[in-house]
Design a protein around this ligand. Structure first.
Ligand code: PLP
Length: 424
């Protein structure tokens, strides 16, 4: 009897909203077997797979459009400029209809956060000031603030987490204080899956005169994000986790802040006028996009946004909530397996970390790989969180639009087989 049939009582009905078979057919990567098995990709938290539309957009750009942007007056240059700027408009629309001038293209979410720490941070954070992060940050939203605090002799404070994997806000008024300059928090944890109350934290930060930066790398690909409602000051994410190419990050910032901030990199494109005695900067967002940007990948990112638009980001979220619930239920059947993070799917996304007391996460990943199942094992660039959890590493299955119940069943069955293999 198939393991799925044995679990009729679980939430294994047809997934609402998304036709996973059709979606999978749009992703050429699934056409190849991995180690003799159907590829079961459960590592979208690291990077997502790319649909044919994105791959085509990238190829078409080089075949039909390739030209540098903003400067040329010829047809190809105008076409490339229009497509690049259209992606900016589309991105602005995707995150709640913000002003497109507030959307800066960078190379990654990591670079977006570094940009803020080096430009706004250098000017506004001084000795004795406080920077607040959380215990569950990815290093991308921790190391830049650690380094800024070190440069400026500022104090890096942290919001702890509860045993259930939520932020512990019980002492928040002693953590975010009048000395706090910026609060930097992940919207969704890449380890625990926790969705944090970032709008409330933004309100708290503002009440104390601080700014709020949100790391949305794991949120924007998976759930509706409306930056007008959220009222943060900066928001960072990247294309490659949401079906788009690698090498494209987004920094959204409030217009008045971006206008006041100094540039990050210097060179072509980011200037208005250059003389030997005086230089003036270009308008936003160009002030922050020095040199030739990643034109091809930004343009192909538009196809990723369109793909998600077509599915409907609400449907994506619903699909993942259902699948996360199913995954937690099935993994919980395996005695001794410890699942990290909140269990209620309303408060979490589809990054599901787990550990086996007897088998190292690297061995789990290696065994699953032999069955064609791709997961991630390690500290997930969140070493402070690992320390809090008392783990050196976890195994992590992370879900997306091309996963279904059969993938979760395969994961469950392979883990059971693995335990037999290791004699556990
Ligand atoms: N923040 C979180 C929560 C992440 O999961 C990641 C990547 O895994 C990042 C930031 C960094 O994103 P990027 O690699 O696109 O810079």
């Amino acid at each position: 009897m198939s393991s799925k049939a044995e679990h009729k009582s679980l939430s294994a009905g047809p997934l609402v909203g998304l036709d996973v078979d059709r979606i999978r057919a749009d992703f050429p990567i699934f056409e190849q077997p991995i180690n003799g098995h159907r590829l079961i990709y459960l590592d979208s938290g690291a990077t997502s797979q790319k649909p044919r539309a994105v791959i085509h957009a990238l190829m078409n750009y080089y075949r039909k459009t390739n030209a540098n942007i903003h400067r040329g007056l010829h047809t190809l240059a105008e076409r490339a400029t229009n497509q690049y700027e259209w992606t900016r408009t589309h991105t602005a629309r995707f995150i709640g209809g913000v002003d497109a001038r507030e959307v800066v293209f960078t190379s990654s979410a990591t670079e977006s956060i570094n940009l803020v720490s080096y430009t706004w941070g250098e000017e506004h954070v001084g000795e004795g000031d406080e920077i607040v992060v959380t215990e569950m940050e990815h290093h991308a939203n921790m190391v830049p603030w650690f380094m800024l605090a070190k440069r400026k002799k500022a104090v890096l404070k942290r919001i702890p987490i509860t045993v259930c994997g939520h932020l512990d806000l019980s002492d928040i008024d002693n953590i975010i204080t009048d000395r706090t300059k910026i609060v930097a928090v992940t919207h969704m944890s890449n380890v625990l899956g926790t969705i944090n109350p970032v709008a409330d934290l933004a309100a708290k930060a503002h009440e104390k005169g601080a700014l709020m930066l949100v790391d949305g790398a794991q949120a924007v690909p998976h759930m509706p994000v409306n930056l007008l409602e959220l009222d943060a000051d900066f928001y960072a994410f990247s294309s490659h986790k949401m079906l788009g190419p690698t090498g494209v990050g987004v920094l959204w910032g409030k217009r008045e802040l971006l206008e006041e901030m100094p540039p990050f990199n210097f060179g072509g494109e980011m200037i208005r006028e250059v003389r030997f005695d005086r230089i003036t900067w270009n308008d936003i967002p160009h002030k922050f996009e020095a040199g030739t940007p990643n034109i091809a990948d930004v343009i192909a990112f538009d196809a990723a946004l369109s793909y998600l638009d077509q599915l409907g980001i609400d449907n994506v979220r619903r699909h993942e909530m259902e699948l996360t619930q199913y995954a937690i239920e099935r993994l919980s059947e395996i005695k001794g397996l410890e699942i990290q993070g909140p269990q209620d799917t309303a408060g979490r996304g589809g990054c599901i970390s787990f550990t086996d007391p007897n088998i190292h996460p690297h061995d789990i990943s290696t065994f699953l790989n032999s069955k064609g199942i791709a997961i991630r094992a390690g500290h997930h660039c969140a070493q402070p969180l690992m320390r809090t959890l008392g783990k050196v590493a976890t195994a992590r299955a992370s879900l997306y639009i091309y996963n279904d119940h059969a993938d979760i069943d395969a994961l469950h069955d392979a883990l059971v087989e693995m335990r037999k293999y290791f004699g556990v």
